[in-house]
Design a protein. Structure first.
Length: 128
């Protein structure tokens, strides 16, 4: 079993495309993204669409949590300051509602079970 584990893409579409080219060469059995798909950069929306359209296993990272809390009205008052939290304001203006719904549906952590291996626990940070 060969797994490719990606993390912290942070909206960097060009780097993701380079990784995808390498993945096509390596042909892993599964690709797993353990969060932080987005950031306040021009290609976060395209990264979300690309990953959503893949057959990859995807988890939420802290950037997705921050975004979802911000657009969902659960953010601390301090996050309303665009000088300090401008990345959230930018993301709220540039991600579509369907992309937000996709991010909200992602699991926080996941345990994978493959034959002849110990369970594999995945999370962006500390599980649980």
């Amino acid at each position: 079993m060969r797994l490719a584990i990606l993390a912290d893409i942070h909206g960097n579409l060009h780097a993701l495309q380079a990784v995808v080219a390498k993945l096509e060469e390596l042909q892993p059995d599964a690709v797993i993204v353990v969060g932080d798909l987005i950031n306040a950069v021009p290609f976060s929306s395209q990264v979300v669409d690309f990953i959503r359209d893949s057959d990859w296993i995807v988890l939420r990272g802290n950037h997705e949590f921050y975004y979802l809390d911000f657009v969902g009205g659960r953010a601390p008052d301090a996050w309303q300051d665009p000088m300090r939290w401008g990345q959230l304001h930018w993301l709220a203006e540039h991600l579509r509602p369907d992309q937000g719904a996709y991010l909200a549906a992602l699991p926080d952590d996941l345990t994978l079970f493959y034959p002849h291996t110990e369970p594999i626990r995945l999370a962006h940070g500390i599980p649980g």
